[in-house]
Design a protein. Structure first.
Length: 303
C-alpha cells in the first residue's frame, strides 16, 4: 500500500504572544505543494521503518520518536489492532526545512495503515488522530490551501483559484522549530519599543485570503508575511542573502517558510521558475520547483 502526502509552505504566518504554558497561538495560510513524500506500508509482525529517496534520511530516528512509528501505533491503539507494519518512506521533502516533511510522512502512514489493516476510519476519522501527532499533520491529510488557527491544527479550507509557481531554496543545515520560537520571544523582548505588542489571538490577513481566492500572484506577493522570519534570520543570517538573490532574479516575493530554513519564492511563470533555479545553481544553492495547491494524502497503489 503506497500513499503520498504533500509538503507545504506557509504563505502567511502570524504568531501570538507566548502563553503561560510556553506555547503560542498561530494563524497560518498553508499551501500544499507538488513535492510529495511517499510511504509504502507492508504487512509485518512488528512496526518497522526505513528511508529511501533523494533526501538522505539515514540520520532520522527509527523508533517511537519518529512521527511515522507514532502514527502507526496511535492508529493501532485507537482501533484495537495488534498487527504490525513495515514502513518505507521515500523522502523528497527537505528535513528540518519548515516544509512539514515529517508531518506528511505521518499523514501518509495513517492513510496507508488504515487501508492495510481495514480499520475503515477514512480521512474524517483520521483527522483527530492526526491532530494528536502535530499541528501540520491534519493539513497534510487535507492538502489544498487552508487556514490553520489555534496551534495550527484547527483547519478551514481556503479555496484557491488557479496555480501558483514556487521555487524552494534549500539549506545545508536545519533549524529547530522550538529554537526559532524561543528566538522570536527574545527578538520581541529586545525590540519591544519598536515592535507592536504581540497579541494573544492572531488571524490570517484578509489580503492574503483574497489573493489566493482570486489567483492574483502579484497581490499574494504583497501579502506574504512570516512572523518567524526575523528569528530565523537571527539564527541563520545567511538566509538574508538567499532572499535577496531570489528577489533580484525575477521572484515576485520571497519568504522563509515556517520556521525555516527553506526559503520559498513566488514566481510568475514556469519559465521564471527555471531561470531562478539556474540563478541559484550558479550560486551553489540547491533549489526545487513546485506548484500549488496540491492534493492531500492519497493512495497511489495497493499490491
Amino acid at each position: 500500500m503506497t500513499v503520498r502526502a504533500p509538503g507545504k509552505i506557509n504563505l502567511l504566518f502570524r504568531v501570538g504572544a507566548r502563553q503561560p504554558d510556553g506555547y503560542h497561538d498561530v494563524a497560518s495560510l498553508y499551501q500544499a505543494l507538488s513535492l510529495f513524500e511517499e510511504v509504502t506500508a507492508s504487512p509485518a509482525d512488528e512496526v518497522s521503518l526505513r528511508f529511501t529517496g533523494p533526501i538522505d534520511g539515514s540520520e532520522l530516528p527509527l523508533d517511537e520518536s519518529n512521527l511515522c512509528v507514532r502514527a502507526a501505533r496511535l492508529l493501532a491503539e485507537a482501533t484495537g489492532q495488534d498487527a504490525g507494519v513495515a514502513l518505507t518512506v521515500h523522502k523528497r521533502v527537505p528535513i528540518a526545512g519548515g516544509m512539514g516533511g515529517g508531518s506528511a510522512d505521518a499523514a501518509a502512514t495513517l492513510v496507508a495503515c488504515d487501508e492495510l489493516w481495514g480499520t475503515g476510519l477514512g480521512r474524517v476519522g483520521l483527522l483527530p488522530l492526526a491532530a494528536q501527532l502535530g499541528a501540520d499533520v491534519p493539513f497534510a491529510l487535507e492538502g489544498g490551501t487552508a487556514v490553520g488557527t489555534g496551534r495550527g491544527d484547527q483547519l478551514s479550507q481556503a479555496l484557491a483559484k488557479g496555480e501558483f509557481h514556487w521555487v524552494l531554496a534549500l539549506s545545508d543545515g536545519g533549524l529547530s522549530t522550538p529554537a526559532v520560537y524561543a528566538e522570536l520571544d527574545r527578538h520581541r523582548e529586545r525590540h519591544a519599543r519598536e515592535l507592536p505588542e504581540a497579541r494573544e489571538s492572531v488571524a490570517v490577513d484578509v489580503a492574503a485570503l483574497q489573493a489566493v481566492r482570486s489567483g492574483d500572484r502579484e497581490a499574494l506577493a504583497e501579502a506574504m508575511h512570516n512572523d518567524l522570519q526575523a528569528a530565523a534570520l537571527n539564527l541563520m543570517p545567511e538566509l538574508a542573502d538567499v532572499l535577496e538573490l531570489g528577489e533580484s532574479h525575477g521572484a515576485l516575493a520571497g519568504i522563509v517558510s515556517g520556521s525555516g530554513p527553506t526559503c520559498a519564492f513566488l514566481v510568475p511563470t514556469t519559465l521564471a521558475s527555471a531561470e531562478l533555479q539556474a540563478a541559484f545553481a550558479r550560486a551553489g544553492i540547491r533549489a526545487l520547483a513546485a506548484t500549488g495547491p496540491a492534493p492531500g494524502a492519497k493512495i497511489l497503489e495497493a499490491k
